[in-house]
Ligand binder design. Structure first.
Ligand code: GLA
Length: 376
């Protein structure tokens, strides 16, 4: 399965880790539909690590679901998820064991792909722990990719090797539909800031068919769950979500969607930000104004309808920094006398026409995002 725009959904890891169950997955599926997340585009419900028994079935050699967590088996869970109109995702690993020490798929790729297809999977996150040092990472991703393509189901491969081994140079050749390019995120401003900054230069490797996954969102976690550290403010979550949208990352929610507050829900369903993320052209965002240390850059991204998404960032701790952008740096020279009409992506409000330059204050950890139209 080669996605045309960044995949969207929910993944269990950030909040739940090993605390997953049949009941929790069904409740999450219900919540994704009831809260309008599916309608907004979040269609994958992915179970991350810790869903299987600690050892393979001694007779069949298959990875089997944990009997306590999933007493009805995995097919029943997948059927329920599918009945809600969602797609179902599972997790395995290119190594001998998964990162949390469950069976990995190394040397069992074809058997496992078939098993995951039998369980009803539409998505497979594929990690990189316990990979034998002599094994070639690109080859292992190719193996599982071909195994999935020959499993009888259309299964999106989500590679997860944390940006190791120059993955952006070879991942597209493996058939993966998205790939994790960074180490694990945690619920804290500095974590998503540093992860984002590390991928500014790698944005050019992403595009239709294979997207750079900057990691599952911590938006709305509010310091609850597995990767909770200090938590973030709503303003910081807004910046995180806007950065992920601007840079065309897959949008995998990591908070407990069953208990999402209204602010978080409105943010992750924001139609303007999702419009930018899901733009069919998947153009690379570029640095339109560089501020020396990547903390206060201005980014721009050409959209398929001729408009331009513009994002002013202040990832520094200094409040009330003035952001400035010459329209010339977007390709609008002053002598042509054209301007930009700005729609505020957060509020949907028309902020009028700007000529020659845009200047505005941006507070610490905050950002401003606009969709701009060239006008006379
Ligand atoms: C790795 C991945 C995480 C998560 C865990 C599960 O750390 O990067 O996203 O899948 O493994 O053990």
């Amino acid at each position: 399965m080669y996605p045309k725009t960044p995949p969207m959904g929910f993944n269990t890891w950030n909040t739940f880790a090993e605390n997953i169950s049949d009941e929790m997955i069904r409740q999450t599926a219900d919540a994704m539909v009831e809260k309008g997340l599916l309608d907004a585009g979040y269609n994958y419900l992915v179970i991350d690590d810790c869903w299987s028994e600690k050892e393979r079935d001694p007779v069949t050699g298959k990875i089997v679901p944990d009997k306590k967590k999933f007493p009805n088996g995995m097919r029943a869970v997948a059927d329920y998820v599918h009945s809600k109109g969602l797609k179902f995702g599972l997790y395995s690993c290119a190594g001998i064991r998964t990162c949390a020490d469950y069976p990995g798929s190394y040397d069992n790729e074809y058997l496992d792909a078939k098993t995951f297809a039998e369980y009803g999977a539409d998505f497979l996150k594929y990690d990189y722990c316990y990979k034998p040092p002599y094994a070639n990472g690109a080859l292992l991703y190719r193996r599982i990719s071909l195994a999935l393509q020959n499993s009888g189901r259309d299964i999106l491969l989500s590679a997860c090797n944390w940006g190791a081994d120059d993955v952006h140079h070879w991942i597209r050749s493996t058939g993966a539909g998205m790939y994790r390019s960074t180490g694990d995120i945690c619920d804290k401003f500095e974590s998503f800031r540093d992860i984002f900054i590390s991928q500014i230069e790698n944005a050019k490797y992403a595009g239709p068919g294979c997207f750079n996954d900057i990691d599952m969102l911590t938006v709305g976690m509010h310091n609850r769950g597995n990767v909770a550290r200090d938590g973030c403010t709503d303003l910081e979550y807004r910046t995180e979500f806007a950065l992920w949208c601007m840079f065309g990352s897959p949008l995998m929610l990591g908070c407990d969607v069953r208990n999402m507050d209204d602010t978080t829900l409105a943010l992750v369903k924001n139609p303007h930000l999702l419009r930018i993320n899901q733009d069919e052209a998947c153009r690379t965002p570029f640095v339109a104004q560089y501020e020396g240390n990547n903390l206060r850059n201005v980014y721009a991204r050409l959209l398929s309808d001729g408009r331009i998404a513009i994002m002013f960032t202040n990832l520094s701790d200094n409040d009330k920094q003035w952001a400035w952008l010459a329209l010339d740096s977007l390709g609008i020279p002053a002598p042509v006398k054209k301007g930009l009409r700005l729609t505020n992506a957060f509020t949907g409000e028309d902020e009028g026409v700007f000529k020659e330059y845009i200047q505005l204050p941006v507070g610490a950890h905050d950002c401003a995002v606009y969709i701009a139209e060239v006008v006379d």
